[in-house]
Design a protein around this ligand. Structure first.
Ligand code: NAP
Length: 316
């Protein structure tokens, strides 16, 4: 059983992989090239790919009889894998749900607070040496406690964000997702995105990426937001129409944005980088040692189940 892991992992995960399987770990931190993906499908029984490794229908079609039988994705989001095409080629796909939830919700709150309270701008001011001292109207931001948050995608991460907003910041919670949820905290289901946008102070995106959610947040939804509204995206860049977002920010239609992900990642438009009211993080959602180790173990648990002929714990 030959295993390919597509990126360097934490020490604990690499040690387990090497101890349990005949493992090759790619040294590069950049996404796999097309040639590497074709080679991986041809020469390995299991591949652990991750964000940016575009296992598209076209790549899968290049290897009509793949040796690879499992893509054990590292990450909960798998919009970079054409799951239907993989299935048609008898390749199973698994992911790492749950392990990522709290860390990603924490980053959503980091972005919400940083943007509302102008913390990025303030930090840059202090570092610049130009800060002239406190005064009653210096750098006034948006109050967070008690405001209303609209969560788009009330799944695991959406609910973890809602809990933080409700219990941590006394916020009222409204949400949109495909189906209403049974929740043990108060939250209003608002199926229409524009209605949700117009009724809330913060719109936080937590849906999966992929064709179904591409540009879910478009010019119309942005226009519906309050001029004091702030958009936070920790989901996938493509969920937000980035050109429309830039226009809305430039026109002052919304007050700010906090982004962990970008439509053409890792390219971040100059227009966004120029704006002080935008917080920009380099896709830090799950970036802690513990969480990346948990994610790696979860991916390897799926590999181990595959090798033992047991049901896969996290099929997608
Ligand atoms: P999840 O539990 O599957 O939740 C996804 C939610 O999105 C569900 O509530 C689902 O609604 C809703 N949804 C799906 N398609 C929708 C649509 N077309 N319109 C409206 N709502 C829709 O997933 P999760 O674990 O919370 O993760 C969510 C996403 O976050 C991942 O797929 C990943 O891309 C992203 N993520 C980002 C980072 C980061 O580093 N920034 C880290 C982890 C995850 P129903 O339940 O009603 O079907």
């Amino acid at each position: 059983m030959k295993l390919l892991i597509a990126r360097p992992m934490t020490e604990a995960v690499e040690a387990r992989a090497r101890a349990e399987f005949d493992t090759e770990i790619r040294e590069m931190t950049t996404p796999m090239t097309q040639e590497e993906m074709v080679q991986a499908l041809t020469e390995f029984d299991v591949v652990v790919p991750t964000l940016g490794d575009q296992f598209s229908a076209q790549i899968l079609a290049q290897v009509p009889q793949p040796r690879c039988k499992l893509l054990a994705n590292f990450g909960v989001g798998y919009n970079h894998i054409d799951v239907a095409a993989a299935r048609a080629a008898s390749i199973a796909v698994t992911n790492t749900p749950g392990a990522v939830t709290d860390a990603t919700a924490d980053i959503a709150m980091t972005l919400l607070l940083t943007t509302a309270r102008r913390a990025g701008e303030g930090e840059r001011l202090v570092r610049s040496g130009l800060w002239e001292g406190w005064h009653p109207t210096q750098m006034l931001g948006h109050h967070v406690t008690g405001k209303k948050v609209g969560i788009v995608g009330m799944g695991r991460i959406g609910q973890a964000i809602a809990l933080r907003c409700h219990f941590g910041f006394g916020m009222s919670v409204a949400y949109q997702s495909r189906n209403p949820k049974q929740l043990d905290f108060p939250a209003e289901y608002v199926p229409d995105l524009s209605v949700l946008a117009s009724a809330t102070d913060f719109v936080v995106i937590a849906v999966p990426g992929g064709a179904e959610t591409r540009h879910l947040i478009n010019a119309e939804v942005l226009e519906a937001m309050k001029p004091t509204g702030i958009l936070v995206n920790i989901a996938r860049g493509e969920v937000v129409d980035e050109v429309a977002l830039i226009s809305a920010l430039q026109a002052g239609q919304i007050a700010g944005a906090g982004l962990d992900v970008y439509e053409f990642e890792p390219k971040v438009p100059h227009a966004l980088r120029e704006m002080e009211n935008v917080t920009l993080l380099p896709h830090l959602g799950t970036a802690t040692e513990e969480v990346r180790t948990d994610m790696g173990h979860m991916a390897l648990d799926n590999v181990a189940a595959f090798v033992a002929g047991r049901p896969l714990p996290n099929p997608v």
